[in-house]
Write a protein that binds this ligand. Structure first.
Ligand code: ATP
Ligand code: MG
Length: 383
């Protein structure tokens, strides 16, 4: 008998038709890269993926975070033999401590003499015979004992929920505007979970925003790296742009004009590094700049799709995800952000594009953008 880790992947991957094997290969590579350094074997049995590893707990905690993995089960592998399967099922039942159960069987190996219905019935009888205090409940069992008959047989009852989504790196790339707040790391996580490769840009307003605020953003990028394996971060100096806006533009339009600069720079960097899209952590109506009109005015300067995966989410639900993915505690550290240091008293919530374009035309837009990019700090493959 061997203990193995059964890796179940997202059913969406099954629907990829001719592309399915590309997705599977990518997922296998991504799993292999998180398991690096552990002594493990990858085992295939009639289409199912198993991992053999002495340090099972560590393997579970790493593979659980790989996008595209839906569920993990620690399974017992025995020979495809009713006696051995029955013994294992009894043990599984005793260890569960449950009073009611049901056997669910799958037979991939059609040369096995019993079909899945018969396997369930016979193994159920073994359990009832040996563990007299339990009973079968097919509708609401406390414990489901799964039996899969392939080349070998596999028995398990516990399922561990994994990250879900699609294999990282299969769905293009995005430039995430990463601030030190709660929302943008969650937005990045959600895109990465759908297989989109993340790159991050942070606008730093030194000396109005401190070195510690920058370190916090680097820490958030590192937390995202737990899920993506690698991450690039671009820290763009933003003070000069903000000073110019404050000097020359109407006070109530500071935020919206600043956001247009953020968007221009994100797009320019995306162009420079061949990144397909831009992502932000905005959510409709959350703050004064996140009105429909505000979003329209900032999108006006973008030359590629802008994704806002949190657009229809409530803050409390975003906070729940931040806790779940481990970014919350870092996000709430109280360092200043460039958006919070120069906030107009009455920001325009219904900006009109033509007015904004006219009012910002006094600025040397291209020079400011190019200058900021020229002076950025680049953390390729942030450690
Ligand atoms: P967050 O919690 O992500 O900071 P927020 O609710 O504070 O978001 P805003 O400050 O209005 O909202 O920012 C909206 C979005 O703009 C952020 O989610 C982020 O994508 C981007 N953004 C804001 N400030 C910065 C910054 N200094 N550097 C990079 N991106 C930023
Ligand atoms: Mg913010």
């Amino acid at each position: 008998m061997k203990k193995l880790l059964l890796v179940k992947y997202s059913p969406e991957i099954f629907l990829k038709g001719l592309n399915r094997s590309k997705f599977e290969k990518k997922l296998q590579n991504n799993i292999a890269s998180v398991l690096k350094g552990l002594d493990y074997n990858f085992i295939l049995d009639s289409g199912r993926w198993f991992i053999e590893c002495k340090n099972m707990e560590e393997a579970v905690s790493r593979v659980k975070k790989v996008f595209g993995v839906l569920e993990l089960c620690v399974v017992s592998q025995v020979e495809a033999d009713m006696e051995q399967i029955g013994k294992k099922a009894i043990q599984e039942m005793l260890e569960s401590g449950c009073k009611t159960f049901k056997i669910e069987s799958k037979r991939a190996n059609k040369s096995f003499p019993f079909n899945s219905m018969e396997v369930s019935r016979k193994i159920g009888a073994y359990v009832l015979n040996d563990v007299p205090e339990v009973s079968v409940d097919v509708h609401k069992p406390e414990c489901i004992i799964n039996v899969e008959i392939r080349e070998n047989a596999y028995i398990y009852s516990k399922k561990i929920k994994a990250a879900g989504g699609l294999p990282y790196g299969m769905n293009g790339s995005t430039m995430l505007m990463l601030s030190g707040g709660i929302d943008s790391p969650v937005a990045g996580y959600m895109m990465a979970r759908r297989g989109v490769e993340l790159n991050c840009v942070y606008y730093h307003s030194h000396p109005y925003t401190s070195e510690r605020a920058k370190e916090k953003v680097k820490d958030l990028a590192r937390l995202l790296k737990n899920y993506t394996g690698k991450i690039n971060l671009y820290v763009v100096p933003f003070t000069d742009i903000q000073m110019n806006i404050i000097d020359k533009c109407p006070e109530d339009e500071l935020t919206i004009i600043m956001r247009r600069f953020m968007m221009r720079i994100a797009c320019a960097l995306a162009e420079k590094f061949q990144i397909n899209s831009v992502t932000t952590g905005e959510s409709i109506g959350q703050v004064a700049s996140q009105t429909m009109e505000g979003l329209i005015v900032s999108d006006d300067v973008s030359d590629r799709p802008v994704f806002r995966p949190l657009i229809a989410m409530d803050k409390i639900d975003i906070m729940d995800i931040a806790r779940e993915i481990g970014t919350y505690d870092t996000s709430i550290l109280p360092y200043e952000d460039c958006c919070t240091i120069f906030v107009p008293k009455h920001p325009k919530t219904r900006p009109v594009l033509e007015h904004i374009i006219e009012n910002e035309s006094v600025l040397e837009i291209d020079r400011l953008v190019n200058e900021a990019i020229k002076n950025m700090e680049v953390y390729k493959n942030l450690m």
